[in-house]
Design a binder for this molecule. Structure first.
Ligand code: NAD
Length: 363
């Protein structure tokens, strides 16, 4: 199945559920014969506060194992989630997963530049891989992940949770059905004031880049799923007001992209200040957009005809994992494959090149 963000027919199928206010996925499905076992690899903030709780709410998944380099975390998670010793791994013992039928999927939730390492180990152990965004820090490493999963005949999905979020899906519908006519321009931004100067997000070797890789990617995704097209050229400017804190990465980045049909997209992202979390699509006869657009909860928006966009909240991580579990159970492709993650990384590398050289880069 293609992405509903790309294919109109599939989109309509999904959005009908969204508009009806039903849970997006699994609403019409029978109880699963068995739940897909997920091992969380990297037990940081996202795993602890979003993914593990979402697994408890999911319909087709269960928390079956963990991969951590910190023994104290292993003990805590074992007690909290009743994880058997044989399903607790560290980064060096992942090959032993090959003998563990309880684990079907490894969900990679480590710093960006460590995604390929764990994803490839998981694929070699015969596991499907769900990997957090951004997929990796270079095109080459993304391709290695795709190749490893293909070789192992296992699925690879990227954690693009907004492909399952009803308000974002509704905006894709407005764009695809040309409710306000054809799109002319898209503006999108996502940023926040980053705290701890010692965290890996500020270290290029681990993050691959600054806010562009971390949250600008959501604005880039919005441009791609709203337009339904791939950009043909990009230009960009990166700046910093704090050369100590942001010595390794950009603090703020603004970029522009041209799409083949002539749509112009303008994006910005920052680690310097709070408040940017939106997209607006301008079309021939009006406009629509979301603000906030990318949060876990409370996404809402407006249309130029005075209507609001405010479809019910749901757990995006549970929906994303349930969809992947169903893809595995039914042996069908994911709508957010590795190739989708690779496309974003390719474009982000072009954005960085444009910012570095001051020249537009053709894609
Ligand atoms: P985090 O720093 O809270 O957690 C990272 C985990 O990786 C920690 O448990 C840490 O111990 C482990 N780790 C392993 N090797 C490490 C090393 N060499 N250096 C540092 N940490 C190491 O980060 P996070 O916020 O949980 O982000 C993890 C991934 O999830 C990132 O790729 C990030 O982009 C992604 N993420 C996605 C979303 C989303 O909404 N989909 C939100 C937040 C983060």
């Amino acid at each position: 199945m293609k992405s509903p963000f790309v294919s109109r027919r599939d989109f309509l199928k999904t959005s009908t559920l969204a508009v009806a206010g039903l849970p997006l996925l699994g609403a019409l499905a029978a109880e699963p014969k068995r739940k897909i076992g997920f091992a969380l690899c990297g037990l940081g903030n996202l795993s602890t506060h979003q993914i593990a709780p979402a697994l408890q709410q999911s319909q087709f998944c269960r928390l079956a194992g963990i991969v951590t380099g910190t023994p104290a975390k292993a003990a805590r998670w074992k007690a909290q989630y009743n994880i058997p010793d044989r399903s607790i791994y560290n980064y060096d013992t992942m090959a032993q997963m090959a003998d563990n039928p309880d684990i079907d999927v490894v969900y990679v939730v480590t710093p960006n530049a460590l995604h390929a390492e764990s994803a490839i180990k998981a694929a070699k152990a015969g596991k499907h891989v769900l990997c957090e965004k951004p997929m990796e820090v270079s095109v080459e490493k993304c391709q290695q992940m795709i190749d490893a999963c293909r070789e192992a005949k296992r699925q690879l999905a990227i954690g693009y949770r907004l492909h399952f979020e009803p308000n974002n899906l509704e905006c894709v519908r407005l764009a695809r059905e040309k409710v306000f006519g054809g799109l002319k321009s898209i503006k999108a931004g996502f940023g926040f004031a980053i705290g701890d100067p010692k965290q890996w997000r500020l270290n290029k070797a681990l993050s691959g880049g600054g806010p562009m890789m971390d949250v600008g990617i959501y604005a880039l995704q919005a441009m791609r799923y709203l337009s339904g097209q791939e950009p043909v050229s990009v230009s960009a400017i990166a700046t910093t007001t704090d050369k100590v804190k942001f010595r390794d990465i950009e603090e703020t980045l603004a970029w522009q992209m041209k799409f083949p049909g002539g749509i112009l997209a303008s994006g910005n992202t920052t680690y310097g200040f709070d408040g940017n979390n939106f997209f607006t699509a301008q079309a021939e006869r009006g406009s629509f957009g979301l603000e906030p657009a990318y949060n876990y909860h409370g996404i809402q928006g407006t249309r130029s005809d005075g209507k609001t966009i405010e479809l019910p909240d749901m757990n995006q991580f549970a929906a994303e994992m349930d969809d992947f579990a169903q893809c595995i159970l039914e042996n069908r492709p994911t709508r957010v494959p590795g190739e989708e993650g690779l496309r974003d990384v390719k474009i982000m590398m072009a954005i960085y090149e444009a910012a570095r050289t001051g020249q537009a880069v053709n894609l």
